[in-house]
Design a protein around this ligand. Structure first.
Ligand SMILES: Nc1ncnc2c1ncn2[C@@H]1O[C@H](COP(=O)(O)OP(=O)(O)O)[C@@H](O)[C@H]1O
Ligand SMILES: [Mg+2]
Length: 261
């Protein structure tokens, strides 16, 4: 296995509130990890620490074996230039699409390569065309966000992240704000990405989707990884009482029909 990302004893506090209490995690190239857990258990904070939208209080993040930041006598210090580079290598998509309303879908997707990566206009255009095609929205290239459905906006947001050609993609409840009938198209886009070998960390409450897409499921509770394993191990036969309780609250999850062949 080629390790792409490692978290070592990652802690994050907000003032007196300790949200992450020492997370250890190694992620292999191409691995798809689904994070589940109750609201407030630290899922978003964990994703945000991975791409340094939040700075960990202590502990270390390694990308391809290289630690981010520099160890000093008073802790790990980070310089903004390095973090900007790291963020460009780790794509993130959120619950709320955050597309620029005054830009077309195409312009939204071109913006990162143009401003962060300083790609040529042709290269930006190429990347944007390719990624919009990949999410099935090349025909909406000239539409503004207000002219797109929530599901389409979310797919543009995914294309925008992919245009940076990230090594890892983070998804934080990207379907939670969508009308139910729009959830499927976004999950299909993510599933295709997973099938192509993208390394992905996904926070979702769509447990059927988690079951079908994840190589590994992590259950977070109170700032720790309480339980992890394959989808059947965690979602079907959880060991921990807290995991069982959490899953009882998600009655919409049903096991896939047995495959008879
Ligand atoms: N920027 C912040 N400042 C203070 N508290 C925060 C901040 N971000 C998150 N928290 C708190 O950290 C805890 C975990 O939040 P979060 O990571 O968003 O959990 P989850 O995504 O699992 O619902 C919550 O108690 C939340 O209120
Ligand atoms: Mg969250």
């Amino acid at each position: 296995m080629t390790e792409i990302l490692r978290l070592r004893n990652l802690h994050k506090s907000f003032g007196p509130l300790e949200v992450l209490k020492g997370i250890d995690l190694a992620v292999a190239q191409g691995e798809v990890i689904v994070l589940i857990g109750a609201s407030g258990s630290g899922k978003s904070t964990l994703l945000r620490c991975i791409n340094f939208m939040e700075i960990p209080t202590s502990g270390r993040v390694f990308l391809h074996g290289t630690p981010v930041g520099r160890q000093t006598s008073s802790g790990v210090s980070y310089v903004e230039r390095e973090l900007t580079q790291i963020r460009a290598r780790i794509g993130m998509v959120f619950q709320h699409f955050n597309l620029f309303p005054h830009m077309t879908a195409l312009q939204n997707v071109m913006e990162g390569p143009r401003t962060v990566l300083k790609c040529s206009p042709d290269e930006c255009r190429n990347r944007a065309d390719n990624q919009l095609r990949k999410v099935g929205l090349e025909w909406k290239a000239d539409a503004y966000p207000s002219q797109l459905s929530g599901g389409q906006q979310q797919r543009v947001a995914i294309a925008r992240a992919l245009a940076m050609e990230p090594e890892i993609m983070l998804f934080d409840e990207v379907t939670s704000a969508l009308d139910p009938e729009l959830v499927g198209e976004v999950l299909i886009t993510m599933k295709e990405l997973a099938d192509e070998g993208m390394t992905m960390l996904i926070v979702t409450h769509e447990l059927g989707f988690a079951y079908s897409v994840a190589d590994r499921v992590l259950f977070l509770a109170d700032g720790n990884v309480l339980e992890q394993g394959s989808p059947p191990e965690v979602l079907t036969y959880p060991k921990e009482e807290a995991t069982k309780n959490f899953l009882r609250g998600h009655s919409s999850f049903r096991l896939p029909e047995p495959q008879l062949d």
